[in-house]
Every structure is written in structure tokens, then in C-alpha cells.
Design a binder for this molecule. Sequence first.
Ligand SMILES: Nc1ncnc2c1ncn2[C@@H]1O[C@H](COP(=O)(O)OP(=O)(O)OP(=O)(O)O)[C@@H](O)[C@H]1O
Ligand SMILES: [Mg+2]
Length: 419
Amino acid sequence: MTNEVEAGETGRTGPDTGAPSGPPTGRAPAATVEFRHVSKRYDPGAKGPGAVNDLSMFVPAGRICVLVGPSGCGKTTSLKMVNRLIEPTSGQILIDGRDVMQEEATTLRRRIGYVIQQTGLFPHLTIGANVAVVPGLLGWSPERRRQRTDELLSLVGLEPARYRDRYPAQLSGGERQRVGVARALAADPPLMLMDEPFGAVDPIVRERLQNEFLRLQEELAKTILFVTHDIDEAIKMGNLVAVMQTGGLLAQFAPPDEILANPASEFVARFVGTDRGLKRLSLARVGELEPIPPVVARAGEPVALVRPRMVDSRFGYVLLVDDESKPIGWIEFGGVPRDGSLDPALAVPASPLVSRETTLKDALSMMLDADVQAAIVVDRQGRVAGLITVDSVIERLREDRAHEDRVIAAPEAAPAVAR
Ligand SMILES: Nc1ncnc2c1ncn2[C@@H]1O[C@H](COP(=O)(O)OP(=O)(O)OP(=O)(O)O)[C@@H](O)[C@H]1O
Ligand SMILES: [Mg+2]
């Protein structure tokens, strides 16, 4: 059965090179998922909207698509239709172009990882046995199951020797969530469904699990449908965000920045909140701002050479650097001696260092914490690449706001809701 699935995957994603023999090695290809006019009514006789209404969206391979919306808007129902725990009333769901209804449900489920709301570990099975459920169903040898279980427990940060023989009740909430993720990954599925996978833990553990998972995804590059009711989590985790509203309606389907910049409706705007500008700062990086060139001087450089560079600087400080262009500290223009050379002892090391990859939210927070106006942008070698200032970040917020005002004044300028 394994080979059948693998052969199918190979055939769809590239030239047919024949089914691989033996256990799969390397990374399983990621799948595409498409909803085509999918609706679900639990009670076909009832009036009013069903649980899911005419949902259409396409998720490319290797991307995380987050379904977000208030309780009861149809998120779990949408997920469960993908692995046929629930069947749609109308419409189609295609995985790699193939209608899920045309595949046997159990075969389908074995190649879709599923992390259910409230982790859903089997309480009477050990952690190891929980992780190995699908490999067991796929008929893997005990040795191979054991190997895979240990590999996955390590991957999610649980030391196999300490955890594999315990029972779910002997784990913390955060640890159980990790086991849930490990179990869903067990058979290396090309598609993962995750229903509020980090829902049941406190905000600090949640943040850590999110970061670990994003790091893991950089390696795994799975296609993931991820459900949450938390808009901040959606923005952080999603390459694409599907905002759903009560009545199972898709209110907007777009990358997170687009949702924040151009909410497609009043509902989306209210759902993402009034701090859209600040949220966007967590998506923007320092590298997107034009760096401000500081007046740079080398330690020991004669003042006579530095003064001409100070003439048309807006920023009243000299940035002193060492021979490798790494920052030493600031000397206020007023503190620059009349002659002689620039002594490192005159410099105050005040500014936080940021890289082009630092988010604007973090950079702003570092500057506010240090109570300074500027942060020094350094490259990978730690050399000065420029400055960003509190003002330049605020300016960026203003530009976003001006853009939003234009959209609100002319709503037809907002892009179409979903594909
Ligand atoms: N088995 C069922 N039978 C009848 N109605 C159901 C069933 N499961 C869900 N519903 C209804 O369908 C709607 C969507 O439910 P669903 O579980 O998909 O919501 P959700 O967005 O996942 O909510 P939550 O954030 O609370 O988990 C709700 O009105 C719910 O009451
Ligand atoms: Mg749900």
C-alpha cells in the first residue's frame, strides 16, 4: 500500500521514474490542495446558511494556509472535509488535482497528517506508540517504527529516552502538543491538517511552539492547513490566510500583509483589529527601509578629515568604527575635539544593533527599550551598513496609514476577495 501511494506521488510531481523500492528516503513531495465551491450542511432540511458555504481556494504546495475566524464559522468542518472525516454536501476538494472522494478514505487519511483540536492522543498508549500509530497501520517493521518515533520525538524537542515510554497523562500540555505534531508527521505526509495545534497552552509555551514549528517547516516544506481563532497566530504562521466568518463564508483569502493592508470588508477590518499598523510592523523587516547613512569615522582618525563629513549630516553624531568597520559607539558633534584624533574613549556605546532580517516591530521595541533614536544596521560580519531611526519606522507606519485611508475612501480599489 505504501508503494502505491509513493508511486502516485512521484507520478504527479515529476517525470515517472518508477516507484521507489523499500522505505522512502528524503523528503516527501508536498501536495497542492484546492477547494472548489465546497459547501457543508449538517442538517439539509434547516433554513439559513450551512456550516460551510461555497468555499473556494487554492493552496500551493509547501505553503502554510491558516484558516482563521470566530468560533463556529466552519474551520474544523473545512479541515475534516479534506480527509473525509466529514463529506461535503456539494463541491469538490482536490489534493494534487485528485478529488478526495475518489480515493478510499482510509488510504487517503494515511497520507494526511492530522493534529486535532485538544491533541487527541490515545490515553492508554505510550508516547512512542501514539507517534507510531500510522506507521503501524502502514505495516512498517517494529525496528523502523521505533527509529522513526525516536527521530520525530527528537525533532519536536522531546528526548526519546525520557518520553517514549510515558503516557499522555504524564506530560505537560505543551509536551502533549509536541507529541501531537510528531504523530502527524510520522509517515512523512505531503499534507498536514492542524486544528488549533497550539490552542491548549499558555502564551509563552505557545510562542515557543510556533517558532519551533516555523523552523521545522523551513526544513520540511509541507503543505499545511492550519486552523486558529487567533488573528496574531494566523499572521505569524500563514503564507496565506483565509479569514472566515459566521455562516461558513470566506471573507478574504490573501497573504497576511495583504489582509492587514487591505481588509476586504468591514468584518475583516474589525477582526484583524485596530492595531493593523503595528501588526504590519511584525511582518516588515529592517531591510525594507532605506538605511540612513551615518557620519562614520575610524578610531584614531584625524578630526580634520572627519569635520567636512559632518557638515551636511542631519544626525548630530559621529559613529566611531574599528578597522573592520564594526561599530564602537557614538560621539556627539559637540563632543568632537577641535583637533587631534578621535579617541574611542570619547564614544558612548548606546545603540542597539539590528540586521536586515530584524522585524521592524523588534527594532522599534529595541530602540524604545534603550531609549535611543537610532539602531545600527550591521551586516553578517557585524560591519556598519547604515542606521534606522524611530522616525523612519514611524514614517513607514504613516505611509501604510495613508494607503489605508485611500482604500477606505475608494473601496473598489481593494483587490478581489479570493480566488
Ligand atoms: N456534527 C455536527 N452536527 C451538526 N452541526 C455541527 C456539527 N459539527 C459542527 N456543527 C456546526 O457547524 C458549525 C461550524 O462548526 P465548526 O466546528 O466547523 O466550527 P469552528 O470554526 O471549528 O469553531 P471553533 O473555533 O469553536 O472550533 C457550527 O455552527 C457547529 O455548531
Ligand atoms: Mg473548531
